[in-house]
Design a protein around this ligand. Structure first.
Ligand SMILES: Nc1ncnc2c1ncn2[C@@H]1O[C@H](COP(=O)(O)OP(=O)(O)OP(=O)(O)O)[C@@H](O)[C@H]1O
Ligand SMILES: NCC(=O)N[C@@H]1O[C@H](COP(=O)([O-])[O-])[C@@H](O)[C@H]1O
Ligand SMILES: [Mg+2]
Length: 387
């Protein structure tokens, strides 16, 4: 049995812990608040501020885990290099977790060092330098804090008047201590995908069928699998994913995000862990879902192949406001729907737009992906988070 220290205990961590329990592993779920989803299913839990390096050191020293598995970005990842030196295994690697928590590190690696095609970009450290950056990139452009996720602090500048607002908003949505933003040219893409990529301890890399998704406020609303795309574009995305995951190193699943426009494929960013849009695999669209794949890669268990078993979609259920006791209405309607499943994450509190649950729909392999996605969306809209 291996001891897994899970840093971050949301809905993605919860499914990873469930996969780990099924394979008889020992899990310690960590987050900044009590009763986080993954804590509800792990053997042990810890509540700390994961941006506090000393608190993190103390946890690692206390538990001496076989695997340190980050589940969120907001962790004092600089410490991971030290843990690796001490002989600990960080998933997928200290470098991967550290580079991906900062948009500058990962973007410069991808665009400059590896030569991957990305949106044109600049950095800015004040409203004034943002103005200069916008002048160089042109409008529309997208502004994101260097340290943020799920669209927090992200906005699109369409006119000069948006620049100050975009700066102020970025500073509200930024986590961590860096008051810097990335400004990206707006890519008028036809669709975007997540390419779940699995790097294995034996050096082999596997790809899941591409996942399509739709975003609002920088956060995903529906995802579906497979996304239909030209095989040449898929090949380009796979080559880029292989390059960037190889440069970052280590074993695990990665959610590699791409935009596809008339002029081809752009690399956007990647998560060195299961991806929220990959929750569609909970509809058993594949022989192994993304959490099972991650766990196998973590444990060094070989994965022979990844196969698409049926088509599927996921649609999120978001809270409308704050509550200390959120509950759901109308779950019976979803339960009664054929070829449908759902997950209620068990988050103890809600806030506006917090993701609380997901609806999963599926159909046979040659079914209609668009129809399955529409069904997931319609069913999710029937559920309300009661405050
Ligand atoms: N340069 C761009 N051009 C057009 N759309 C963009 C651009 N950058 C981001 N977006 C849109 O915003 C979404 C969120 O952006 P991004 O993935 O960079 O943010 P994030 O905060 O890291 O989100 P997450 O952590 O959930 O992946 C993208 O999936 C895409 O829909
Ligand atoms: N895009 C990243 C992502 O989806 N992360 C998932 O959301 C949780 C945080 O949710 P919360 O903000 O509701 O606590 C994280 O712990 C992870 O499971
Ligand atoms: Mg993203």
């Amino acid at each position: 049995m291996s001891k897994i220290l899970l840093l971050g205990s949301g809905e993605l961590g919860k499914e990873l812990v469930i996969a780990a329990q099924r394979l008889g592993q020992y899990t310690i779920a960590v987050d900044s608040y009590q009763n986080a989803p993954a804590m509800q299913v792990a053997q042990e839990f810890e509540v700390i501020n994961m941006l506090d390096g000393n608190a993190l050191d103390a946890l690692v020293e206390k538990h001496k885990p076989d695997f340190i598995v980050p589940e969120i970005e907001a962790i004092r990842t600089e410490r991971f290099y030290e843990y690796e030196k001490q002989g600990y295994t960080v998933i997928p690697s200290a470098k991967a977790a550290n580079f991906t928590m900062n948009r500058k590190a990962i973007r410069d690696l991808a665009a400059k060092e590896l030569g991957l095609r990305t949106a044109a970009y600049r950095y800015a450290t004040s409203a004034k330098s943002l103005q200069a950056a916008v002048a160089q990139i042109g409008m529309p452009c997208v502004v994101k804090p260097l340290m943020s996720s799920s669209g927090k602090g992200q906005s699109t500048i369409k006119t000069e008047a948006d620049i100050q607002k975009a700066w102020d908003y970025s500073q509200e949505g930024s986590r961590g201590d860096v008051a810097e933003v990335i400004v990206e040219a707006f890519i008028d893409f036809n669709y975007e995908i997540t390419l779940l990529t699995v790097t294995q301890r034996n050096g082999e890399t596997l790809f899941c069928p591409p996942i399509g998704h739709r975003q609002e406020r920088g956060d995903y609303q529906e995802s579906w699998q497979p996304a239909s795309m030209e095989s040449a574009h898929l090949k380009t995305a796979q080559d880029m994913a292989a390059k960037v995951t190889e440069a970052l190193g280590g074993a695990g699943i990665w959610g590699v995000e791409f935009f596809v426009g008339d002029d081809g494929v752009y690399f956007s960013e990647l998560s060195p862990r299961p991806h929220d849009t990959g929750m569609v695999t909970l509809a058993n669209t594949q022989n192994f879902n993304e959490f099972e794949l991650h766990l196998r890669a973590v444990l060094g268990l070989p994965i022979a192949e990844i196969t698409q078993e049926r088509i599927g979609a996921s649609a999120v259920i978001l809270a409308k406001g704050h509550s200390d006791n959120p509950t759901f209405s109308n779950i019976g309607t979803i339960a009664a729907a054929p070829k449908t499943d759902f997950r209620l994450f068990g988050k103890p509190t809600s806030r506006p737009y917090r993701r609380m649950a997901v609806v999963l729909t599926y159909d046979v392999l040659n079914g209609d992906v668009l129809a399955v996605t529409q069904r997931a969306k319609e069913l999710a809209a029937k559920v309300e988070v009661k405050l």
